[in-house]
Design a protein around this ligand. Structure first.
Ligand code: NI
Length: 179
């Protein structure tokens, strides 16, 4: 059990494409515990991906219920080898990231998605997510493909914003500044 150090941009390990998980053994359960400790140990943090703590495997942890504003959500979700299909609609929202603590950015994403993933024991999860939770899932899956929100903004001049409050930087809550 440990809160792990989160890699920050421009660490090249954040650019790696992560590999699928095939073994649901004790070491995986330990890594899941570290994701829990790291996310829930960071105030307001709504998601973290395994590669952000230096493990290039396809696993993310989210909890959209931790968003400052109430949003439709499924609570804590541990998603292994997640796959998104049937994206519907588009919305621009403000995103932040533990790996980009000094900035937020406006990113266009689908409003609604279908999701297939495995849980901690390899059981299939199938669900739909909308709005903030859909954005959160898409943001975290991007980490598995070496993509940061910085790579998704339309313009580095007009769509990136420096966080003003140092306190906010240190407790940088993933996506918490979504507007
Ligand atoms: Ni992120």
């Amino acid at each position: 059990m440990a809160v792990r150090e989160v890699l920050t941009y421009p660490d090249q390990r954040l650019k790696q494409v992560s590999v699928p998980i095939t073994s649901f053994d004790d070491s995986l359960q330990g890594l899941i515990q570290d994701l829990d400790d790291t996310m829930y140990g960071s105030p307001g943090c709504t998601g973290v991906a395994a590669p952000q703590i230096g493990q290039a495997v396809r696993m993310v942890l989210i909890d959209a219920s931790r968003n400052r504003k109430p949003v439709e959500n499924h609570g804590r979700l541990l998603l292994i080898n997640p796959e998104v299909s049937d994206p519907q609609g588009e919305a621009i929202g403000r995103e932040g990231c533990l790996s980009v603590p000094q900035f937020t950015g406006n990113v266009k994403r689908a409003k609604q998605i279908k999701l297939r993933a495995l849980d901690a024991h390899g059981n299939l999860i199938e669900m739909e997510a909308v709005d903030f939770e859909a954005r959160l899932i898409l943001h975290e899956i991007d980490h598995l493909d070496g993509i940061l929100f910085l790579d998704r903004v339309s313009s580095l001049k007009t769509d990136i914003f420096r966080r003003k409050n140092l306190e906010l930087q240190t407790s940088a809550s993933l996506l918490s500044r979504l507007t």
